[in-house]
Ligand binder design. Structure first.
Ligand code: GCW
Length: 656
């Protein structure tokens, strides 16, 4: 580039085509409204297509123009141009028009006010509440830039297991300081609202959403928040879930609770994001069914500025589950996708797992609610049911670790989430390739090595942790490592034994008509496919069916042998990742090599732990020998059961 013109239209005149350009090799960054008529011929652009956040990049006569309707559109365009250059795109005839198809593209931090992070594996919270509001850590700015560079436009600062104190003036002032930093990057701040806040910090005797004093308290509180943060995004709420207070404590409904808050934020253009992750210990029915049963009857009852946020899967962010049946089942309600970027159930920050593969699988799942092609992506972007607002949230994997995410490759999951939130139709393989180019290099040999490694890594973790549709076999509380034997009294639905149901006859959760019939929550086509053993994809087999140990799998193996071989396959896949990484050694920097090599070694060790502990335990039911190709475990079951991890990261103290 010879010269760079950044013309934001601040002067009261239009940018003349001949003035600005196109004197070879310039970069012009200018809003559409500031381009004079001379441009239209050259551009042939219908600026309406760009909307509020889209951009258009075009090479004209050897110079490059980035244009958009808004400042944030320009910023997104410039970031994309830089990324395109970095990824080696030829700018000679470059042309790109892009707009997001999802409105709210958010990170959800599960950060506590004491800076611990629930399910955080990358150090402590970035938010240094003690030094805020005066001290603005450079990392807040870097965080905002990184997020803007992938199109994230919202961040919820605090844990959904909320502390009401964040709504007090002392913390609002601090949150406002963060909002001031983020605003320049198009990012709005959201706060988690503890439902009982009117009692805890407001001195009221109830938090009943139908009580006038309570309603008024929230109205006043919201007014106060908007004084601090004029562009406050709204509230994110976890209510009546895992011990959190909510409207049901008062015999009221989720609609009563959500709409009370929605009324308070409505005058300011705010939204309420109400989580559907609910299941009750008193409810005897299959946990997988409870959110659907509780929410679907309320379709159409929520105010227009309420989004119901649904986890991608019915149980809980597992390595693999079928998509959540609520997607597609609430045509009158905007359903916001909740993915988990932090790897609570996928190896914390020691395992290399490329999550866009998981996200893509969910988004491309067909709900069939309006015939073939009714994908989850179309539910989430609002196009299937013509929604006026749409959203996608990712539970953040960011902490104050030097590299932000603990594992260098976990950055790919943050990046990939951003790409998919911008465009849920994006392809995991394109995201992988782009990330490698932006992070490591354009070297084709390296791309050929790393891309398949990334794309296969998700299947590897499924294989060595929870193959064939098994789920939630994690040791309780911290969720670190294998614990299929865990069967604590207390909440059955927190116990692995509840999910695998292994006994002498077989293994798996019967969710067909002979069992919990969770199948009925899916469309007829899917209920038939999943319910029929001949058509149920084997990756979901034991999620839907309880089957005998000698059941014959598609490849002719018995279930027992097939299960054992899947665990083994997962371990071998990690060994292959290590071999791939060795081959990349000469192409990348030594420190980059070493860091990931050490992590891959941990991953291999833990993959073997998962295989051995799980198989030894299941063997006590199957009574069968391990098939050829699966090595005999070096330790016995008692050893694995004896492992305790009182200081595993990311846990909430009260969960132990
Ligand atoms: O998966 C579970 C986690 C909890 C989390 C909860 C939720 C924030 O183990 O730590 O709480 O989900 O999503 O609300």
């Amino acid at each position: 580039m010879r010269s760079i013109w950044v013309y934001l239209g601040l002067l009261n005149q239009k940018l003349n085509f001949s003035d600005a350009m196109m004197k070879d090799n310039s970069l012009v960054v200018a809003k559409v409204s500031s381009l004079n008529e001379g441009w239209s011929l050259k551009l042939g652009l219908d600026s309406e297509k760009l909307g509020k956040e889209g951009f258009y990049i075009k090479t004209i006569d050897g110079s490059v123009l980035v244009t958009a309707n808004t400042d944030i559109g320009l910023l997104y365009g410039v970031f994309r141009l830089l990324q395109s250059i970095q990824a080696g795109h030829d700018l000679k005839d470059f042309q790109m028009l892009d707009t997001p198809t999802v409105d709210l593209r958010m990170l959800n931090h599960w950060d506590n006010l004491d800076r611990t992070v629930e399910r955080g594996y990358a150090g402590f919270s970035l938010w240094n509440w003690q030094k805020l509001p005066e001290y603005i850590d450079q990392r807040y700015i870097d965080y905002a830039r990184a997020n803007a560079s992938i199109g994230i436009n919202g961040t919820s600062l605090t844990n959904v297991n909320a502390n009401a104190l964040v709504l007090t003036p002392m913390y609002l002032e601090k949150a406002a300081a963060l909002a001031n930093v983020f605003r320049k990057y198009g990012i709005k701040v959201y706060l988690t609202a503890r439902f009982s806040a009117p009692m805890e910090i407001g001195g009221l005797e109830t938090a009943d959403p139908l009580n006038a004093d309570v309603q008024n308290w929230w109205i006043q509180k919201t007014r106060e928040i908007y004084k601090w943060i004029p562009d406050f995004g709204g509230f994110l709420v976890k209510a009546n879930s895992e011990g959190q207070p909510g409207p049901r404590n008062y015999g009221r409904t989720h609609v009563d609770g959500a709409n009370m808050l929605a009324k308070a934020v409505e005058p300011y253009g705010g939204v309420v994001i109400w989580r559907a992750f609910v299941y009750s210990e008193e409810d005897e029915t299959d946990r997988a069914k409870q959110a659907y049963s509780e929410f679907v009857p309320y379709d159409g009852k929520f105010m227009d500025n309420v989004l119901v946020q649904v986890k991608n899967d019915p149980i809980d962010f597992q390595p693999r589950e079928p998509f959540h049946p609520m997607f597609g089942a609430m045509p009158e309600t905007p359903l916001m996708m909740e993915f988990q970027i932090t790897q609570e159930y996928l190896g914390f920050s020691s395992h290399l797992v490329f999550l866009p593969k998981l996200f893509e699988e969910v988004l491309q799942s067909d709900t069939y609610v309006q015939g073939k092609g009714s994908t989850v992506a179309k539910v989430v972007d609002g196009s299937l049911h013509d929604k006026s607002i749409s959203g996608m949230a990712g539970v953040s994997n960011i902490g104050n670790d030097l590299n932000w995410t603990g594992h260098p490759f976990a950055q790919a999951n943050w990046f990939g989430f951003g790409r998919l939130a911008w465009n849920p139709e994006a392809k995991a393989s394109d995201i992988a390739e782009e990330w490698i180019k932006l992070t490591y290099s354009q070297n084709q040999e390296l791309i050929d090595l790393l891309k398949p490694m990334l794309l296969d890594s998700r299947e590897a973790v499924v294989n060595y942790m929870n193959p064939l549709g098994l789920h939630h076999l994690f040791d309780t509380g911290h969720h670190y490592g294998s614990g299929p034997w865990v069967n604590n009294p207390g909440r059955p639905d927190w116990n692995p034994t509840y999910y695998h149901n292994a006994d002498a006859n077989g293994i798996g959760f019967d969710r067909t008509t002979t069992g919990s019939n969770a199948l009925e929550q899916y469309s007829k086509e899917l209920a038939e496919t999943f319910g029929n053993l001949r058509t149920c994809p084997e990756e979901y087999l034991l999620w839907f069916h309880h089957l005998p140990w000698d059941y014959t799998l598609n490849n002719g193996n018995t279930l027992w042998d097939g299960l054992a071989l899947k665990y083994q396959e997962g371990v071998e896949q990690v060994s292959e990742m290590i071999a791939t990484w060795e081959n990349a050694r000469n192409i990348i920097a030594d420190n980059q090599y070493k860091e990931v090599k050490m992590l891959l070694d941990i991953q291999l060790k833990e993959a073997k732990w998962w295989r051995d502990a799980s198989l030894l335990y299941f063997q006590t039911f199957s009574g069968k020998e391990l098939p050829d190709g699966v090595p005999k475990p070096k330790k016995d079951l008692e050893y694995y059961k004896s492992l305790k991890f009182p200081f595993a990261p990311g846990i909430r103290p009260q969960w132990d």
